[in-house]
Write a protein that binds this ligand. Structure first.
Ligand code: NDP
Length: 321
């Protein structure tokens, strides 16, 4: 009998790729949905051909009674906590909802595990955004956190909640501090997905311009289907810990736009800057050191950002009608 894993955020990018990986390994996969999930949100799971292999369950993670019932019903071996309001941009517009969901959900899950199911292995989706105002690069597992957005503040609070429960109650909780990672299944308002989709439309004459915010900022971009492998590997270790999952290099958003434009033969003048898309505060440059993940987890990653962009452009071209 295979292990049982529960994934919150199953309708998101990472939830879909992680579910596929776990199903391939023989897991029973329970996917958590919120009450109002429309069928369209499951299109990533349909795209990967796994929707019918997942058992879906509706749970409000802000309601601890529902969380307790979920654990009693499924008795999971592993819990992957990916559900979050995950957009930095939206978090400036909806800071309270972002903070509330991204933190209280984690407390409800960890209280339940602490009281009744201490053997469950728990993965928390932490974020490189927590580091924010960066003094020294590359970021390592020991770098100081200085979040610069409501999203980053919520993720930092959730991250310390996980460390607290691990250290105080001896629970198997690991946090993956993931840097930006992209895929065909990324939501359309995220930068790389937006640039690729809109560039294809420009190249086909369906759109004239693409509007973007601050292109000077630099980020460390990776490939989501490879990053979810690290989540799984963390929960296979005997000892829980925290790991940076990143490529190790940063690239400016301008370089991303120009790379995609060049691939699709688009003139640079099609890219327009919109002040409305600037954030109140932003990380200037960030990249991480993935040595711990590679050496301790045997996580193997060697894609450059242009490798990732090539994969994504190809997949988008294949599927964009
Ligand atoms: P997505 O935005 O694609 O997915 C987020 C998931 O969380 C969706 O399933 C969404 O459900 C669910 N969710 C959001 N709000 C709520 C809520 N209030 N109640 C219940 N469920 C909710 O994110 P990714 O897959 O890209 O990321 C997975 C996790 O990793 C997130 O926690 C994210 O913050 C974190 N992360 C992601 C990075 C990245 O580059 N992708 C980098 C670092 C961390 P619904 O479909 O119903 O909206």
């Amino acid at each position: 009998m295979g292990k049982t894993a529960v994934i919150s955020g199953i309708s998101g990018q990472d939830g879909a790729y992680l579910a596929k990986l776990l199903l391939d390994k023989g897991y029973r996969v329970i996917g958590l949905l919120r009450g109002n999930t429309d069928v369209d949100k499951l299109k990533g799971l349909v795209y990967l051909g796994i929707k019918d292999k997942i058992e879906f369950h509706v749970t409000d993670l802000l309601d601890i009674t529902q969380v307790e019932n979920l654990f009693i019903l499924f008795l999971p071996d592993e819990f992957y906590n990916l559900a979050a309001q995950s957009s930095v941009y939206i978090s400036f517009k909806e800071p309270i909802q972002t903070f509330q969901f991204n933190t209280i959900s984690v407390f409800n899950l960890l209280e339940t595990i602490k009281k009744k199911h201490p053997g469950v292995k728990f993965y928390q989706a932490s974020s490189s955004e927590m580091y924010g105002k960066v003094n020294n690069l590359p970021i390592t597992e020991n770098s100081v956190l200085h979040p610069l957005s409501p999203y980053a503040i919520s993720k930092a609070a959730a991250h310390f909640t996980c460390i607290h429960y691990r250290e105080s109650y001896g629970l198997h909780i690991s946090c993956g501090v993931l840097f930006n990672h992209e895929s065909y299944l990324r939501q359309e308002h995220f930068f790389v997905k937006k640039v690729i989709r809109e560039s294809i439309k420009i190249s086909r004459g369906e759109q004239e311009f693409m509007y973007v915010g601050n292109l000077d900022v630099k980020r460390d971009f990776g490939y989501a289907p490879k990053y979810v492998e690290a989540m799984y590997l963390m929960l296979q270790k005997n000892e829980p810990s925290d790991y940076l999952i990143c490529s190790g290099k940063s690239v400016s958003l301008r370089d991303i736009v120009y790379y995609v434009f060049e691939k699709l033969n688009i003139d640079k003048s099609a890219c327009k800057i919109s002040d409305e898309l600037y954030r109140p505060a932003d990380i200037e440059d960030i990249y991480g050191n993935n040595t711990k993940a590679k050496s301790t987890l045997n996580w193997d990653y060697n894609l450059s950002v242009s490798d990732v962009l090539d994969l994504l452009i190809e997949e988008e071209l294949k599927n964009l009608i």
